[in-house]
Design a protein around this ligand. Structure first.
Ligand code: ADP
Ligand code: MG
Length: 324
């Protein structure tokens, strides 16, 4: 199968989004929108850095890569609409494997009525999947990290640490109770688009998605908003089955693990009740984990209360080294 036949094989037969003027097949795609703000992001998924073929099938590589992008849209309060996929193909990859990767992307794209509108195909040493995503949000309603304010309640959806537990189970071939849920969180996470959409009526919400670990995400909110955040370890939600792992592993995965693609954010106390009701309606767990404070100290810091002590929670999540 040559490049053209391959592109033809992954090209959508029809598009869901009416705003598409030109999808795959020209030098670039065209969409038209007059009523919304356009939100866009790009994410790169590199073999042996971000994923391994040992723990992920091609289908999951596609699913997981697009899920991470969709989660960025959720964190902005936007609805994902289109995606473009640039792939670097290493020698020995079959077109069947690549098509499986595209089926993984298509599976999750269909859930959100998203369309594949373009991409690029090159050869290289390692498998690299680079996805650009485009979404829409009502004018002026994008949710920024800088929107936290003193007195806000800090919340998080779902449970934390599941994805890292899943990775650990796959890498070490472990058998633990509830492992299917952990593995699913790792391979096929659910971005919280619907929940973020339900917050549209609120005036102010700060949002971030948990890609690098909640320690990192909370530090980003605290810095961008120039406030301090205090969270309570006893309130940070974990899956009860996570208790099968050591205390150190639980701590590490819940604060620094990441890739759970839950949403963490802050809202004024007056909006907390309605936000909670929205989550309950969609059978999504939501937890109040702390407060936005202003204690006259250096701003932009995050504190963790654990066993009657307060620790500084630094952004040591997974920070990629830049240069030598
Ligand atoms: P050009 O040479 O003009 O860049 P290409 O031959 O690279 O065109 O691409 C032709 C069409 O196929 C374009 O619409 C492009 O967006 C799309 N395309 C190319 N590679 C991919 C890919 N890996 N996934 C999705 N769409 C692709
Ligand atoms: Mg091209």
């Amino acid at each position: 199968m040559d490049e053209f036949q391959f592109i033809d094989s992954i090209k959508p037969k029809s598009y869901t989004q009416h705003s598409i003027e030109k999808g795959i097949g020209d030098d670039a795609a065209v969409f038209r929108s007059m009523t919304y703000d356009t939100v866009t992001a790009v994410d790169t998924f590199v073999e042996d850095i971000h994923f391994s073929k040992k723990t992920m099938k091609f289908y999951h590589i596609g699913y997981r890569a697009l899920a991470a992008n969709i989660s960025d849209m959720a964190a902005m309060g936007a609805e994902p609409k289109f995606y473009l996929v640039s792939i670097t193909i290493p020698p020995g990859t079959s077109s069947k494997e690549l098509q499986q990767m595209y089926s993984g992307m298509k599976e999750i794209a269909t859930d959100y009525k998203m369309d594949l509108i373009g991409g690029d195909t090159v050869s290289g040493k390692q498998l690299v999947v680079c996805i650009t995503i485009i979404g829409f949000v009502s004018r002026g309603k994008a949710r920024y990290r800088s929107h936290a304010s003193v007195g806000d309640i800090v919340f998080v959806t779902g449970t934390l640490g599941d994805s890292q537990a899943g990775l650990h189970i796959l890498l070490d071939d472990l058998e633990v109770t509830g492992q299917e849920q952990f593995i699913k969180s790792h391979l096929m996470p659910t971005p919280r688009v619907q929940f973020a959409q339900s917050l549209q009526t609120l005036n102010r919400v700060a949002l971030n998605d948990v890609s690098d670990g909640i320690a990192s995400e909370l530090n980003e909110i605290a810095k961008a908003s120039n406030v301090n955040i205090v969270i309570d370890d006893a309130k940070v939600p974990i899956n009860p089955h996570l208790e099968q792992f050591t205390k150190e592993q639980q701590h590490e995965w819940k604060y620094f693990g990441g890739e759970d693609f839950e949403l963490v954010g802050t809202v004024p106390p007056k909006d907390w009740q309605s936000l909670k009701e929205n989550a309950i309606k969609m059978t999504l767990d939501i937890s109040e984990i702390g407060l936005v404070t202003d204690n006259k100290m250096k701003k932009g810091q995050v504190f963790l209360k654990k066993e009657n002590q307060t620790h500084l929670l630094i952004k040591q999540g997974y920070i990629h080294k830049v240069g030598e």
